[in-house]
Design a protein around this ligand. Structure first.
Ligand code: NDP
Length: 415
């Protein structure tokens, strides 16, 4: 029986038997030991209740020669199925190859009312060594771990603002809090010793020093369908990718598809998905026009795809320890470092994109979606666990996908 046809318990058993879940992670998933009200009350303000979301797993995502099972948290039907489908297609070629271009965070101290921007910039740069020392003294533990402030750059913004950019090696953390601590220490130094006017200091989510690329090379024959040859489907995928480079309307949806996978994997990893979203969207507009984050082309009968985006993800810190499920997810995913996480999440983004583009240029997105949407509709209409399968099949038969029809059919079943 295929993994997706198994019951939840069978799936957990399969994962344990295949060695993807150790006993503690298996017990965790089995017994559904979610977040307690008590812990939730410690995490946010004015806490009232919990808001559970489904978690599934994209299976057999081949990243740099290693298979990963990637936990994904999403409310949207078809996202996990599509990611698995994209990963399966990629595995028929090279799988995903990844390259981490760098892994540092950028923070900004904004100076305002700067009378002589160019002169101030030069003065700040001359003071770089001292300012880096101030930053590192504010968070000595990261220096002990081999990280810390590595560089300081200055950019003139408009006629009277300066951005003092601090570049920090945050090791295994996402680094927002440690960076903000360092920035505030440097800002205080600038205010007291140089009388600079500091408007604010905070990290930048435009994490251009944390770029990762995932790519894959797949024989075009993999894309063959009944009415189209593999090279024809591959050519259409390339054309779709080209349109996302030309048109922001299409690019936004192209990137939404990528982020369907990335956000789901990022949430499961306990990282701040808003930080990842804002960085990815800013990167998509890096040359002044908003464009698709991934690109596809055909080379010697192979479809070649690549996705580059900032993924400043943490393996420690943030919610990785406060949300108990994150450690079980790290084990399931076979992720042992922030770098592993960057690679796997980028691969999921490209897998998701491939599956979406293939569906769009062949059968259309609705065919696959409707089966899953029909199931959601059945649940919304109030079907019990035993009724869901019947009602989903009926909705697909009638091809009427609205709540009224779902409720009418359910009433008939119960009569
Ligand atoms: P934490 O504040 O939890 O800091 C991570 C801590 O982990 C470090 O300070 C370090 O503490 C400890 N640590 C243990 N082992 C390591 C290691 N190997 N490498 C690095 N650190 C290690 O998290 P972050 O600083 O990563 O900040 C992330 C949080 O900040 C997220 O929750 C995010 O939502 C939030 N945030 C985001 C903002 C944004 O995106 N704009 C703004 C503000 C906050 P020690 O060295 O002392 O042991």
């Amino acid at each position: 029986m295929k993994f997706y046809q198994q019951s939840r318990l069978q799936r957990l058993t399969t994962l344990r038997q295949e060695g993807h879940l150790d006993n503690s992670a298996y017990q965790y998933f089995l017994n559904d030991q979610g977040l307690t009200q008590e812990r939730a009350n410690q995490l946010v303000e004015n806490q009232l209740t919990l808001f559970p979301l489904p978690e599934g797993v994209a299976r057999q995502v081949l990243v740099d020669g290693e298979m990963h099972d990637v936990p994904m948290v999403t409310e949207e039907p078809s996202v996990i199925a599509a990611a698995s489908n994209g990963a399966k297609m990629a595995a028929q070629g090279t799988g995903f190859q990844t390259k981490i271009q760098n892994r540092q965070m950028i923070g900004q101290i904004i100076l305002e009312n700067v009378a002589q921007p160019e002169r101030t910039k030069q003065n700040l740069l001359m003071d770089k060594t001292h300012l880096l020392e101030v930053a590192n003294a504010a968070h000595p533990s990261i220096v002990k771990r081999g990280g810390g402030a590595k560089d300081l750059r200055v950019r003139i913004l408009g006629s009277a603002f300066l951005s003092v950019d601090l570049i920090v090696d945050v090791k295994q953390a996402m680094g927002a809090n440690m960076l903000n601590t360092m920035l505030e220490a440097v800002a205080s130094e600038l205010t007291t010793t140089r009388q600079d006017n500091c408007l604010m200091s905070i990290l930048s989510n435009y994490a251009t020093e944390s770029l990762v690329t995932a790519s894959c090379v797949i024989p075009v024959s993999v894309f063959e369908i009944q009415r189209l040859a593999g090279n024809q489907v591959a050519a259409k995928i390339c054309a779709a990718s080209q349109v996302a480079q030309l048109d922001p309307y299409r690019a936004a949806t192209h990137n939404k598809g990528i982020m369907n996978g990335i956000d789901a994997a990022v949430i499961a990893s306990g990282n701040d998905f808003r930080a990842i979203e804002s960085g990815a969207q800013a990167y998509a507009a890096r040359d002044g026009q908003y464009r698709g984050l991934s690109q596809w082309h055909v080379h010697e009968d192979k479809l070649v795809g690549a996705l580059t985006l900032p993924l400043p993800l943490g393996f420690v810190g943030g919610a990785t320890k406060t949300l108990p499920i994150v450690q079980a997810n790290q084990k399931l995913a076979g992720i042992n470092s922030a770098e592993d996480l960057m690679r796997v999440v980028a691969a999921i983004g490209l897998a998701q994109n491939l599956a979406a583009l293939k569906a769009l240029v062949t059968t259309g997105i609705q065919k696959g979606h409707m089966a899953l949407q029909a199931k959601s509709l059945a649940i919304s209409a109030g079907a019990t666990t035993n009724e869901v399968q019947w009602l989903t099949a009926k909705l697909l038969q009638t091809k009427k996908f609205d709540l009224r029809t779902a409720k009418l059919l359910l009433r008939k079943l119960r009569q």
